[in-house]
Ligand binder design. Structure first.
Ligand SMILES: [Zn+2]
Length: 302
């Protein structure tokens, strides 16, 4: 489905500490409205390493949105409207393992959900049932490319796997929670990987996370407990590593996707096409229209 939105190949979602991409050339602000509301802020399109990129400040400019207030569906749908196929999410995280030190880069390969189920985490529903696989929540190809780029350009240690536990927040963990997550074998902790990863899969977008360790959460005996002030010191160093990594990634990323992400909805749609209500069809047509054989005239998505 064609949209009037400007075109971009790659979406970059910037988290805490990364509110802009200074290297972005030919910048243009884009304001889009989606059937799922408005993105958290104006998106910024431009060119980085020769690629058409769109940047999404996850928490809004000036960091105005709590993790549970981020309009993730609108953010991801807006990227889909622009023709984006791949999304790199940049996240500040706490470390649950001694070897994942503050200032290190982690490219996680798994996610553990500790959100409270109140964040809208699907584009579907309202008469349309879809069950996508989330066994491997990250795109294997994009993840591999991201690890390579980080090794070349981040200028710090790079860990090529680890489980990201997504907690609800906005408060940091209690010591009991932090110790339990360690016993469960989890690697890093943050507040924003979900529902982003679920929505990216439903939108058939490749998704990978560049996680930058800011602190040791609060499990570590003898260590200082994490405060927002300590975190902000490491953040600026990490932001520079993220920018170098993203620039290197886009220089070397093959343009063709060689991964299953682009057909994630194949076999996942349970509902018979002809019983899906008109309003739901109009809202989801951009995402699943090519599977549904709907011959009605599209109305106005709303
Ligand atoms: Zn992929």
């Amino acid at each position: 489905m064609a949209t009037d939105a400007p075109h971009a190949e790659i979406g970059i979602i910037g988290g805490t500490g990364l509110y802009d991409l200074p290297g972005l050339e030919q910048r243009e602000e884009v304001k889009l409205t989606t059937p799922y509301g408005e993105p958290g802020d104006a998106l910024v399109t431009g060119v980085l390493s020769g690629c058409r990129v769109v940047f999404v400040p996850r928490h809004g400019r000036g960091h105005r949105l709590m993790p549970h207030e981020i309009p993730a569906r609108a953010n991801l749908y807006a990227l889909k409207m622009m023709g984006v196929e791949r999304v790199v999410s940049v996240s500040a995280v706490g470390s649950l393992r001694e070897e994942l030190e503050p200032g290190h880069v982690v490219v996680p390969d798994q996610i553990f959900d500790r959100t409270r189920g109140t964040r809208p985490s699907s584009f579907f529903g309202d008469g349309l049932v879809v069950h996508v696989s989330l066994a491997d929540p990250y795109c294997p190809q994009l993840r591999g490319e991201l690890v390579g780029a980080a090794r070349r350009a981040a200028g710090t240690a790079v860990h090529d796997s680890g489980t990201y536990v997504c907690m609800e927040g906005p408060q940091f963990s209690t010591r009991a929670e932090s110790r339990l997550y360690r016993q469960w074998g989890l690697g890093i902790i943050g507040m924003t990987a979900l529902p982003e990863a679920k929505l990216a899969r439903e939108a058939e977008l490749c998704y990978a996370t560049l996680a930058l360790v800011t602190d040791y959460d609060c499990w570590r005996e003898g260590g200082e407990d994490v405060t927002a002030e300590m975190v902000s010191e490491v953040l600026s160093r990490n932001a520079a590593a993220a920018q170098r990594t993203l620039t290197a990634l886009l220089e070397s990323l093959p343009s063709a996707r060689e991964c299953p992400c682009g057909s994630a909805l194949e076999g996942a749609i349970v509902t018979a096409p002809d019983v899906v209500p008109q309003e739901t069809r109009d809202r989801t047509r951009l995402l699943i229209g090519r599977y549904m054989d709907w011959d009605d005239e599209p109305g106005t998505p709303g």
